[in-house]
Design a protein around this ligand. Sequence first.
Ligand code: G3H
Ligand code: 13P
Ligand code: ZN
Length: 330
Amino acid sequence: MISYKELGLANTRDMFKKAGKGGYAIPAYNFNNMEQLQAIIQACVETKSPVILQVSKGARNYANATLLRHMAKGAVEYAKELGYEIPIALHLDHGSDFEVCKECVDNGFSSVMIDGSHLSYEENVALTKKVVDYAHQFDVTVEGELGVLAGIEDDVVAEKSTYTKPEEVEDFVSRTGADSLAISIGTSHGAAKFKPEQCTRTEDGVLVPPPLRFDILEEIEKRLPGYPIVLHGSSSVPIEYVTMINQYGGKMKDPVGIPEEQLRQAATSAVCKINIDSDGRLAMTGAIRKVLAEKPDEFDPRKYLGPARDALKEMYKRKNQDVLGSADHA
Ligand code: G3H
Ligand code: 13P
Ligand code: ZN
């Protein structure tokens, strides 16, 4: 058993309490490799922001779970070395079953998500409660989910989203004991969050998605005052990265994200955690394509991964400062 406390990590309880009171959201950024982790830590130290490092099942398969844990421990030391101590949580993203959650709790994670959103309501309650009962023995916090997001979540691909039913949230939270709840109010995973026919178009052809269902969020907030809500699928798919990718040989079709002003609005409400992965992928890919296109003789990975890391860091800093509002709250 490796406790996250030995690694210098924090669970999400205090982070969420402060975020809820302060009207901002904690960034939850996914990482799979060293450059992504460096960019996240550098950005969050420089903006003095708390951060949740998210690891998906795909990331565990790609990078190796043991290595990821050591990287998270290294990140705590690295942040100190950069000169400012920030609260860092290590969180399992979209845990699919009890076993994977237990494995993470037993191996240094400070927070886990059990994603029972595809199960029946009663099965979701039972599974989430089982994870909570286990995780709480070790002071590990647990995120549950009600409602289904469209898009790809690890091996689960949902064609259609199902909004969270506000009338279920009090029962779910009281019966499971979950520390936070991911809800579905119109966000979606990936870089093509909506089909063009679901969107309107601006004069210059940019797709505008249907607005988030703030009415559902408000209703949930009324029923669970002060309780931390989580938004998945919250990349904004910035046009500058899409343009860069396509300018240098990429072929991204119908990219569409969640407009930043809507995320900003959500961050001032009960939403205490905002998940962003796809935007980081876009920033890195755009920067790498640019270097390789402009310098075709380059073959040192540091020469394209370095600029990718810089682009990523700038993007995260901007998110913390201008979208989530978490800057200066560490
Ligand atoms: O919600 C999904 C995250 O973006 C993780 O994606 O499973 O490809 O690592 P992944
Ligand atoms: P995006 O695909 O919008 O970045 O969402 C990431 C996410 O929800 C990770 O759990
Ligand atoms: Zn997600």
